[in-house]
Design a protein around this ligand. Sequence first.
Ligand code: ATP
Ligand code: MG
Length: 171
Amino acid sequence: PVDTTIPDPSLVVLIGAAGSGKSTWARTWAATQVLELDRFRALVSDDAGCQEATEDAVFALQAVLEARLARRKMTVVDATNCEQAVRASLISTARHHGVPTVALVVPTPASVCVERQKGRPANRRVPERAVLAQHAAMVAAWPGLPAEGFDHVVIAENLHRLQALLRPLSD
Ligand code: ATP
Ligand code: MG
């Protein structure tokens, strides 16, 4: 059976295409617990959509990740994380600090992810072909996530965190 536990502390790796709702799920954790790659792009370049800044943003994110895990702090990495090599690096960092890992898959349909790009500012809009590639990579990765080394694999739709924790915001 699939283990849907999210222990504290753990490293939660969000996995989903652009527009799938990763950052919306991430809001169910405290802001300081969420390392959002777009935010690090903005911190190094003043532009959250600046793809040229990715290498520096990843470097900065990694430094904060190491500092948090060394303190055994609950940490959520909010990036597409659709590439196996990216996930392997995150798992390796968590293991180094003895912190368990959780893959939190956000399997929103590709058509919905593509549709959600339309309302975004130009610098945050991801091209349709890129969204479809990310979505296909998420689907392909899903069955292999336990074998990659994740201690827990959780499907976002199975959680009631979002409704339960976002409700106070809309009240
Ligand atoms: P990116 O990878 O580009 O950062 P993302 O996966 O973080 O995208 P979000 O920004 O969380 O995606 O969500 C995209 C849009 O979809 C937002 O406008 C958000 O309000 C909306 N959205 C997210 N989750 C839901 C949901 N469960 N129901 C309805 N709308 C949602
Ligand atoms: Mg996001």
